[in-house]
Write a protein that binds this ligand. Structure first.
Ligand code: AMP
Length: 181
């Protein structure tokens, strides 16, 4: 019997218990990226709803969002924009603070990376509390982007990230969900 996309992706993701700290089930996508069929299916599935639509750029969140976003950009004939931890980008940037489980961090994007009205898809591997993606949405909106959607391979629905983005009028697409943290 043909495996569903969800089965293929779920089987390709490795779970590491208690990493990086006790109580966290780390969903490791390096095994998915290393599996040619699973990687292709994940990217195909992420871009599927946008085929035939005008998408100017994919914005990827450092670091796993770069890998997925580069492949999506190629497939949609779109550009790619990196959203990085502070201090990594060489040109003039916009910066935003975002909440982590303990404390805050900052992320940046080049000021000339997105022009007002450009249609952008945001991507990362996983959405948990949504704090990281919310920061990225704020940066993109600050530059006048039209955010078509935010896409993630994995959703941790118990942590409420999807609702946080939807409250900012950003449609959210996720491929598979895992229980817990
Ligand atoms: P959040 O800001 O809480 O939505 O966290 C999302 C970011 O943290 C993403 O960049 C994820 O790669 C990473 N992350 C959070 N929780 C996990 C987890 N359980 N497994 C793997 N990565 C995670």
């Amino acid at each position: 019997m043909r495996q569903t996309v969800e089965d293929t992706l779920r089987a390709a993701i490795r779970t590491i218990a208690d990493y990086p700290k006790p109580g966290i089930q780390f969903r490791d996508i390096t095994t998915l990226l290393g599996d040619a069929r699973a990687f292709r299916r994940a990217v195909d599935e992420l871009v599927h709803p946008f085929a035939g639509q005008k998408v100017d750029k994919i914005a990827g969140i450092e670091a796993r969002g770069f890998i997925l976003g580069g492949a999506m950009a190629h497939q949609l004939s779109a550009g790619f924009v990196p959203i990085r931890k502070k201090g990594k980008l060489p040109h003039t940037t916009v910066r935003v603070a975002y909440s982590l489980e303990y404390g805050v961090d900052e992320m940046e994007m080049h000021t000339d990376a997105v022009r007002p009205g450009e249609r952008i898809i945001l991507v990362d591997d996983l959405i948990a509390t949504g704090g990281t993606a919310e920061g990225a949405v704020k940066l993109l909106k600050q530059m006048g982007a039209d955010i078509v959607a935010a896409c993630f391979v994995i959703d941790l629905p118990e942590l409420g990230g999807r609702a946080k983005l939807e409250a900012l009028d950003v449609p959210v697409r996720t491929l598979i969900a895992f229980d817990g943290h």
